[in-house]
Design a protein around this ligand. Structure first.
Ligand code: S3P
Length: 182
């Protein structure tokens, strides 16, 4: 069995909320990479972006992922929406655990994040255009990085968690069978 389940996906796809419930149901511990980086840097994401820039934040993400990929804990890991963008991170994510992509449509993101002030990449004018462009660019990367994709629009958190657990068990069962037969 793979040790961790890693959630990837766009801002507002519900990674943190879903991750927490998933961890509770599977009795795994839970880690959110944004929260971890904020603690390590002792600053909010907004402040890191404003003072050190996005590139610096991305190096924090890679460093943390390197640590996580070497740990043996059974953990649900919720990642920042840009985590899979760097090629090396894509490989590290797969090494870290079973990667689940929580997909989300533009309208759902707009509804969930319309009053949000914590996402520097969506701050300022033309949020809708920013979301649209980022989704178009990132969706293929999320798909490429994940072992499994779950559509989250119009579903409750409980439904999504149940779907992840069901599919995870099926897919992990299959890979164990493959290993036995090889
Ligand atoms: C980002 C997503 C954020 C956070 C940072 C950058 C992104 O995390 O890591 O603002 O590039 O998509 P959430 O996906 O948890 O909002």
């Amino acid at each position: 069995m793979k040790k961790n389940i890693v959630l990837i996906g766009f801002m507002g796809s519900g990674k943190t909320t879903i991750g927490r419930l998933l961890a509770k149901q599977l009795d795994y511990s839970f880690l959110d990479t944004d929260e971890e980086i904020e603690q390590k840097e002792n600053k909010t994401i907004n402040k890191i972006f404003a003072e050190q820039g996005e590139k610096y934040f991305r190096t924090c993400e890679t460093k943390l992922l390197e640590e996580l990929s070497n740990s043996n804990e059974k953990c649900i890991i919720s990642t920042g929406g840009g985590m899979p963008l760097l090629k090396e991170n894509g490989k590290l994510l797969k090494k870290t655990g079973f990667v689940v992509y929580l997909s989300v449509q533009k309208d759902t993101v707009m509804e969930r994040l319309k009053n949000d002030t914590t996402r520097p990449l969506l701050a300022g004018d033309s949020m809708e255009k920013k979301v649209e462009d980022l989704l178009e660019f990132r969706n293929p990367i999320y798909e490429y990085t994940a072992h499994m994709m779950i559509k989250t629009d119009y579903k409750s958190i409980e439904e999504i968690v149940e779907e992840i657990i069901r599919n995870y068990k099926i897919m992990e069962g299959n890979s164990e069978l493959e290993q036995k037969n090889s």
